[in-house]
Ligand binder design. Structure first.
Ligand SMILES: *Cc1c(COP(=O)(O)O)cnc(C)c1O
Length: 338
């Protein structure tokens, strides 16, 4: 069967550039960004900073690199980050902050919405005692596995820890999904944070790249850190053009992904014995243990790919998934349970 008919629900990272994006690449003016001379990168950094209400922005190769650079700016060796145990920096970045920064990670249990509570965070801040690391940073996430976090609660957490002299970072890989779902400007959601990371290549659909934003001093330090991490790029305008393109064209349309995810969840909710949850552009199912591999293979035979994770198994909608694709997925899942 041809590649085009595959319905890939594993992640929103699998999207391919469309024609408009390829045209943006062709049209991009470029220069050497390590000299600060790439006009397209400079424009992307300005646009992203403005969109997030921060003084400056930095274009980096990946969301993981953005998080790592931010953590290395905020924390010296032996200092500590508080974060949710399932947050990406702790769970899925190969321990980079510890391996490369000598930074201690203190994972906290999250509630059913993926959040942290104020008393829990305050209790985790270490006293000034030579036995203990210095608690320097609180790192939050939005969305957390598709779940939108309450901006007011984030503000309370951020203000409380900043009052103790700590920094607060937002891993906003899918921040725009949260902004669209809440109907609030992203800048308002990230206002209480010292630094914020936005991934351009998740649901927004760029092939590569992420933005890190914060104040001038923070970004100046992050730029040096990016160099240390080998992330200085040269005529990066060819990829920055995709970033500009998605910030202009693909934010509002995330609502369509939330809608297709809803369509998928509603299509399979009636299946007996299959727990189904839906958050923004993600649907989670919990099949019976013995059904997991057979279901995956059944769908694979029908050119439908779902997440590899242990249950709950994830299905993610994105700009290459339309309502017709969801119809096919729903039919295929029903045909397994028939
Ligand atoms: C995907 C993701 C990242 C990292 O993105 P990469 O493209 O893999 O570097 C960081 N944080 C969160 C919450 C993510 O979902």
């Amino acid at each position: 069967m041809s590649e085009a008919v595959i319905i890939d629900l594993r992640s929103d990272t699998v999207t391919r550039p469309d024609e408009g994006m390829y045209q943006a690449i062709i049209d991009a003016r470029v220069g050497d960004d390590v000299y600060g001379e790439d006009p397209t990168v400079n424009q992307l950094e300005a646009v992203a900073a403005q969109m997030l209400g921060k003084q400056a922005g930095l274009f980096v190769s990946s969301a993981t690199q953005a998080n790592l650079a931010a953590m290395l700016v905020h924390n010296a060796r032996g200092e500590e980050i508080l974060l949710g145990e399932q947050y990406h920096i702790f769970s899925s970045e190969a321990g980079g902050t510890s391996a490369l920064g000598g930074i201690v990670l203190h994972p906290l249990a999250t509630d059913e919405r993926g959040g942290l509570s104020l008393p829990q965070v305050l209790a985790a801040i270490k006293e000034d005692d030579p036995h203990l690391p210095i608690t320097r940073t609180l790192s939050l996430e939005n969305t957390v596995s598709g779940r939108v976090q309450d901006p007011q609660q984030h503000r309370e957490l951020a203000e409380a820890v900043r009052a103790q002299g700590m920094k607060v970072h937002l891993d906003g890989a899918r921040l725009m999904n949260a902004a669209v779902a809440l109907g609030k400007p992203a800048a308002e959601i990230v206002d209480p944070f010292d630094s914020v990371m936005l991934c351009l290549s998740k649901g927004l659909g760029a092939p590569v790249g992420a933005m890190l934003c914060g104040n001038y001093d923070f970004i100046k330090s992050a730029r040096r850190l990016r160099k240390q991490l080998g992330g200085g790029m040269r005529q990066a305008g060819v990829i920055a053009a995709c970033g500009l393109y998605v910030l202009e064209h693909n934010i509002e349309r995330l609502a369509e992904d939330h809608e297709t995810a809803r369509q998928l969840a509603e299509g399979i909710i009636s299946i007996e014995g299959l727990a189904v949850r839906h958050h923004t552009n993600m649907v989670f199912i919990e099949p019976d243990e013995n059904d997991i591999e057979p279901l995956r293979l059944h769908l694979q035979d029908r050119q439908i790919l779902i997440g590899e994770q242990k249950p709950p198994i994830r299905m993610v909608t994105h700009l290459d998934i339309d309502s017709a694709a969801i119809d096919r997925a729903v039919t295929a899942i029903h045909s397994f349970y028939r």
